[in-house]
Design a protein around this ligand. Sequence first.
Ligand SMILES: Nc1ncnc2c1ncn2[C@@H]1O[C@H](COP(=O)(O)OP(=O)(O)OP(=O)(O)O)[C@@H](O)[C@H]1O
Ligand SMILES: N[C@@H](Cc1ccc(O)cc1)C(=O)O
Length: 646
Amino acid sequence: MAITTASRLLSSRGAGPVCHSCLRVLVPTGDYARIQKRYIGLKYLAKVDEAEKEWQARAVKINEGEVQNTWDMLQERGYIKDMAGSEDIIRELMRRKRIAAYVGIDPTASSMHVGHLLPLMPLFWMYMHGYGAFTLIGGATAKIGDPTGRLQSRTAISRADMTMNMTKIHFQLKQLWTNVEAQARRHGYQKQWAWSRGIKNNNAWWNSEPMLEILKRVGTSLRMGQMLSRDTVKQKMTKGDGMSFAEFTYPLMQGWDWFKLLGSEHVQMQIGGSDQYGNIITGIEVVKAARASEPDPALQLPANDQYDDPVGFTVPLLTDSSGAKFGKSAGNALWLDKFDTSIFDLYGYFVRRPDADVERLLRLFTFLPLDVIQKTMEEHKLDESKRVAQHLLAYETVALIHGEHEATKVRLEHQQMYGKRQLVPGMRTEPAAPGDEYKAVEGHPTTPNNKPRVDMKLPESLIMGKSIANVLYAAGLASSKSEGHRLAVQEAVYIGAAAGQRRVMHPSQLSFLSVKLWFPQETQKYLIEGKVLILRKGKHNIRVIEMIPDEEYNKLGLTYPGQPGKGAVRMLNERLKRIKAGLDTHDEVTAALVAKQGKKDTGEADGTSYPAIVFPEEKSRQQQAMEAKLDEELRKSKNSSDSESW
Ligand SMILES: Nc1ncnc2c1ncn2[C@@H]1O[C@H](COP(=O)(O)OP(=O)(O)OP(=O)(O)O)[C@@H](O)[C@H]1O
Ligand SMILES: N[C@@H](Cc1ccc(O)cc1)C(=O)O
């Protein structure tokens, strides 16, 4: 039996399993073309059935007090600030139905921050309890910018930057979800077949949604008076820089997202920070209006009783010590990207939380059971100076963001640094050296948690004029040009391109094609907005490359592996000339060679203004010969300086 995801949807609304020919009739032509075909059989349907039975058995246990209602758990941990809907209905809804929830994030910065974790935590908890959980990247909404709580409009972001932000956030969410799975296992939650999660991007529908459809479906029911009376609108119009029509319609866009997710993923609940309350309330109206105006009876979403209605809630805002919301706009964000906020600093931030806050933060940011938190607090109170609770908080939060391996490492570093007050060789209290951040961890596969830095800049002359092998080497995706060549021949790396087609990717819809060994002009074809290139090796080793003019690249003092005139051979030659001319001493050159092997820098560290030597992993014959010459010269100069000192 050939059944699609859409048929699952229709069957869940009582339509029964639907074959492709019936679907063609039921689903509008455009939608049918977009529907992903999936062949499923009776086994799958049996599993759906079984999952539903399990859910109903759980609902009975909740009634009998054997299992806690997930809503009560969320309340207990302090996640609920304001509710959109009656509490009794939400609680009962969560008991009866395996609903799904979503949290949306606009990619208006290149990384998420700790504040974003707060609405995400209840979503993660719901996932671990069997509900559907979706994170939405607002690729389309970010183009308008949420005006909520602002007096000034957001500055427009170029499409190229938006693509970069979206790509980075997409991979951050993947990393978070990977770590959530690990945390769930660690805390004894066994993954079930029916657990479902996903990352969505509202570009998927906004890029093709006809305006008329939305105006007709919801524009006619939303009342101007009510929309104008919203606090954000009044404040921005009277005290701020006024409100554009696009900003005014932002809540409608957000509501339409919800309606789309309700249709495709049963998303009946929206979660957000407390500033999102107004948008969630408007969203409920939009969803109801859109649902009521469905012209096609086969696509009608159920609206039988109050348990079919959308509901939502907001979480409290995470603020800094002055009470300001932690976020990008306030400029006080702690970033989830380890290249923006080092793991060491992130851990340190949680270790510094005051005693009065730590219990609440443990409830909010960790998956630890409440009795464990209770015991930790008792232990903590015996000697607060040890900061036992803060270290646990820091460990758990870093494990969620960067994985357990990093959390264990950073905990040790902190203990060594602040416990014994000494630095340990090899300890990372500083971000990685320039250049190193683009290297994958040697001897280990690239994972979401150890992946190198994602964003980088490369000069125009490289991207526009050099082979893809050079670009891969420069981007740190190949350890040499010849490896770059090999990867391209084997089609083992991918480039951001329009799905299934050899042309530029639609800015904001992440899709890849394998790279081939092509002419330099071919690489240029994939430049998004004429300046952004996305490359990927394996699942997680990704680069979002911004192409900048050569002058700007040089002005920033950047270099890349394989850069003409900056290679090891040239550097060795220059050093050789200087040592021969007596401009550098033996010690200076050896110090530069020993101290900075494999690192790029400008020579400031060894007190010279001369660039250090970069050794590519595979040395060319020319470089080997040059190294031998330099060795010879160093030996001579050493002998002469030794004899002088006699
Ligand atoms: N400090 C915070 N505490 C709780 N929730 C937050 C915090 N910061 C952001 N959120 C929530 O995360 C979600 C996504 O937020 P958004 O993408 O607007 O980022 P933001 O940092 O709030 O942006 P900005 O500061 O520019 O308004 C929203 O639900 C928002 O309320
Ligand atoms: N408006 C939300 C982000 C968001 C975007 C689209 C949505 O569907 C939901 C939420 C914010 O700025 O925080």
